[in-house]
Design a protein around this ligand. Structure first.
Ligand code: BYC
Length: 483
């Protein structure tokens, strides 16, 4: 079967890339499959592998109606290879090869670069599943549990997507890298995942929602940039991944939004006006807004580190070579080569944060990070509108980009959420005001009691506005008794 818009489910590995006619790759993927299932069973969602879960599975790559919903046991989910349709006349849209026909094979000189980018992207996908594997046990509702599992199986599929590229286009090295993706483990001292944020814990559901809001949004930005790639199979893969990614950010934004809604409502009902009266708010069995701010500070700053250094020759090379573009590259009005343009970069000068013009080519990471920050800010604004509507006087805010950073210009300094540079001693004295402390973590953990009755929600979170696939409020999204 040639490339199609519908997915061929007749093979063990569903696909729209004509795998049946590509025996070499089909065989490589079939050999990789048992290792993947083994990884899923040992590192995937703990405790629910035998339960029926109401999941969506991609059946087509047509943006309208690409998914179907049904009960599936997670290990039987049909992970497959799905690429957005090929555009015959697609070109390389930026860099020194601008105007050339997009590449259907890997150009020899960019092989190492492309492989590295694909491996980094691939590594994050299983990492997030590992980070989230214990959350099912404390799910605040069946609805939320189902969303967690949906995110997890799709991250698993995104790993398949990168493994397909490695195995089809990178020969022996690609097969070795595909194995490596199953060997590393989030948080493991000896064989950690590649990027910092993917070795952190996701200890509770508020972290999960913040992660899907902030870190999956980095995923969106990185995938958008890779979707611009002159290497057409990478572009097409990332374009389809983005359709799935949108739901993950929805889970994050509405998850935090529902926690906020519940807290504000509980405060109103109890007549508590001061959102900073943390002890009083916590007594209501909800998460106080200042603690939500701390969690946002943590996840935002960890996610900023995923953009690499503000000024990066790696990023410049990716761009000039045509392998990784800018966010919405084709909508930007400039020469798409950045020979002489500059871009303002935030830098530390004499202990103060200042904007300095740098060659736009080396400031690609900074630009993507700026686009990301703007996208995050819109979501935070929506949360603030919801708070305002309830009459509670509190505003969430994104911390300064210098706050709590491990990578880049601010990687070695301590700064407050307002961007004021601090001494180590000052930071140590005040950091618990800005980042979740042990006591905050313990309090949140105390609320993480499972709530698995149909249509019921844990004390700290409001129900969603609508069900998944228009299901009613008491729908049994996960048949937990089978687990
Ligand atoms: N941690 O020039 P630099 C997602 C290293 S999330 C550790 O500043 P570059 C998802 C870097 O490797 C999206 N090391 O950075 C979300 C380099 O090392 P070498 C994932 C780091 O290369 C939720 C050195 O520092 N996708 O999809 O321009 C759930 C200097 O590098 C880090 C991608 O990231 C770090 N944070 O940019 C599931 C896309 N940052 O070469 C999934 C692919 C930098 O000197 N990756 N280093 O040994 C890239 O585009 C780039 O590699 C990066 C870094 C943006 C990550």
């Amino acid at each position: 079967m040639p490339e199609t818009t519908t997915v061929d489910y007749s093979t063990k590995i569903p696909n729209n890339v004509g795998l049946m006619d590509d025996q070499r790759v089909l065989k490589a993927l079939e050999q990789w499959h048992p290792g993947y299932i083994d990884w899923w069973m040992t590192m995937g969602p703990a405790g629910f592998q035998t339960a029926d879960v109401y999941l969506r599975t991609a059946v087509s790559i047509d943006p309208k109606g690409w998914a179907k919903f049904d009960y599936v046991k997670m290990p039987e989910y049909r992970w497959g290879i799905l690429l957005a349709p090929r555009q015959e006349d697609r070109q390389v849209n930026f860099g020194t090869h601008k105007g050339d026909k997009a590449w259907q094979e890997v150009p020899g000189e960019y092989r190492a670069m492309l492989r590295r980018l694909i491996v980094i992207q691939g590594d994050t996908e299983p990492a997030s599943v590992e980070q989230q594997r214990h959350l099912g046990k404390t799910a605040p509702s069946l609805y939320d549990m189902r969303n967690l599992f949906q995110v997890n199986v799709e991250e698993g599929r995104h790993l398949w997507a990168m493994v397909y590229l490695l195995q089809k286009y990178f020969g022996k090295d690609g097969r070795e890298e595909a194995e490596g993706l199953l060997q590393r483990r989030s948080g493991d001292a000896d064989k950690p995942r590649m990027l910092g944020a993917f070795n952190e814990e996701t200890p509770d559901w508020l972290s999960f929602f913040m992660f899907t809001f902030f870190t999956d949004r980095d995923g969106k930005m990185q995938l958008e940039s890779l979707a611009q790639s002159g290497f057409d199979p990478l572009s097409r893969t990332c374009r389809f991944m983005l359709t799935e990614e949108a739901h993950h950010m929805f889970v994050g934004e509405t998850g935090v939004g529902r926690a906020i809604e519940r807290t504000c409502k509980a405060m109103q009902e109890a007549g508590i006006e001061d959102p900073n009266d943390i002890a009083a708010v916590r007594k209501l069995g909800v998460i106080d807004l200042p603690t939500m701010q701390k969690k946002a500070n943590l996840h935002f700053s960890l996610s900023l580190d995923l953009f690499g250094s503000e000024v990066s020759t790696n990023a410049a090379n990716y761009y000039s070579s045509g392998v990784k573009g800018r966010f919405q590259e084709t909508r930007i009005e400039d020469d798409h080569q950045l020979m002489s343009a500059t871009y303002p970069v935030s830098k530390l000068v004499d202990g103060k944060v200042k904007m300095m013009d740098e060659p736009a080519l080396t400031a690609i990471n900074m630009r993507l990070r700026d686009d990301y920050v703007a996208d995050c800010a819109k979501g935070v604004e929506r949360w603030n509108k919801a708070i305002e509507k309830t009459g509670v006087k509190f505003k969430l805010a994104l911390p300064h980009v210098a706050f709590h950073r491990g990578i880049g210009e601010f990687g070695n300094v301590k700064a407050s959420p307002e961007g004021e540079v601090l001494s180590e001693a000052e930071w140590a004295r005040r950091k618990d005001q800005w980042l979740p402390s042990k006591a905050d973590g313990d309090f949140i953990a105390s609320l993480m009691a499972p709530c698995w009755e149909r249509g019921k929600f844990a004390s700290w979170i409001a129900p969603p506005k609508a069900g998944i696939d228009n299901k009613p409020g008491d729908f049994e999204y996960v048949k937990v008794h089978q687990a």
